[in-house]
Write a protein that binds this ligand. Structure first.
Ligand code: IMP
Ligand code: MG
Length: 195
């Protein structure tokens, strides 16, 4: 069954500020505590390696900023940007590279940092192109994992929180570019929306 791109309301219509309903799913404190644990797990797996964090723009920016500050030892950053395209892009899995990395990852220990794993199609594409560049190690850290929505067997090595099939915003995640700046992760319900 083809999975449609999840939208917070049917027509993707602009919603006047204040008419949306939000409910906290993950508080700032809970997120920060989990990030400290994830940072320790990552460093435990690679105790002596310089780590290159590859953030997926734009959603992963806040997560990367907090995660990076909790990982001890040598850490560098780079960023990549992708978007899905084509008709019914979600089920076809066509992904376009909008911004490539600045530097080579050959021989490096790379941790891809992503906000949310949904169908998995974006990550599958990213891992395929990054693997071709011969990193020494390639791992994935995601803050959120919507397990139910997966269309491909891609998995993350470090998962912050498995979450239910709800449209979420905040802490980097957007709806029409809004709400990225919220410190908590919230469930967004819009007037006329299906959630
Ligand atoms: P995937 O290719 O379906 O795994 O898509 C992952 C991308 O879809 C994420 O990086 C987000 O940009 C976006 N996304 C998926 N679910 C949500 C959500 O609940 N809120 C906001 N963005 C989402
Ligand atoms: Mg994203």
């Amino acid at each position: 069954m083809p999975i449609k791109k999840q939208r917070a309301n049917k027509n993707n219509a602009p919603v006047p500020v204040g008419t949306e309903r939000v409910k906290v799913l993950l508080s700032q404190a809970k997120i920060q505590k989990r990030i400290r644990e994830m940072a320790k797990l990552i460093r435990k797996d690679f105790p002596h390696e310089p780590l290159l964090l590859v953030g997926v723009l734009k959603g992963a920016v806040l997560f990367l900023a907090d995660l990076a500050r909790q990982i001890t030892g040598e850490v560098t950053f780079d960023f990549i940007a992708v978007s899905s395209y084509g008709k019914d892009s979600r089920s076809s899995g066509q992904v376009k590279l909008n911004k490539d990395l600045d530097s080579s990852i050959e021989g490096k220990t790379v941790i891809v940092v992503e906000d949310i794993l949904d169908t998995g199609l974006t990550l599958r594409y990213l891992l395929r192109i990054l693997q071709q560049r011969k990193p020494k190690n390639l791992r994935v850290a995601v803050l959120l994992d919507k397990v139910e929505r997966r269309l491909t067997d891609v998995h993350a090595d470090y998962v912050g929180f498995p979450i239910p099939n709800e449209f979420v915003v905040g802490y980097g995640l957007d709806y029409a570019e809004r709400y990225r700046n919220l410190a908590d992760v919230k469930i967004l319900s819009l007037p006329g929306g299906s959630h």
